[in-house]
Design a protein around this ligand. Structure first.
Ligand SMILES: [Zn+2]
Length: 69
């Protein structure tokens, strides 16, 4: 088990397995995943709670806005 810090809320999030498992949506084992935005090629690690708060077509600015309000 590893953990990372959610960029949206700042919570420590448990990550199961290696990076390949981030895309399997095993929510009972993994609390978040890394999103990649094509618009600016940036990567942001978020917990699923914050991912659920993003709009359908999120951008890096939407991620930045998660922690602000
Ligand atoms: Zn979060």
């Amino acid at each position: 088990m590893a953990s990372d810090t959610c960029e949206g809320c700042g919570e420590q999030v448990t990550i199961a397995g290696g990076i390949a498992n981030l895309w399997t949506f095993e929510r009972d084992q993994t609390g978040g995943m890394t999103l990649e935005f094509d618009s600016d090629a940036s990567e942001h690690f978020l917990c699923f709670e914050c991912i659920d708060r993003l709009p359908d077509d999120p951008t890096a600015s939407d991620v930045a806005g998660l922690g602000g309000s």
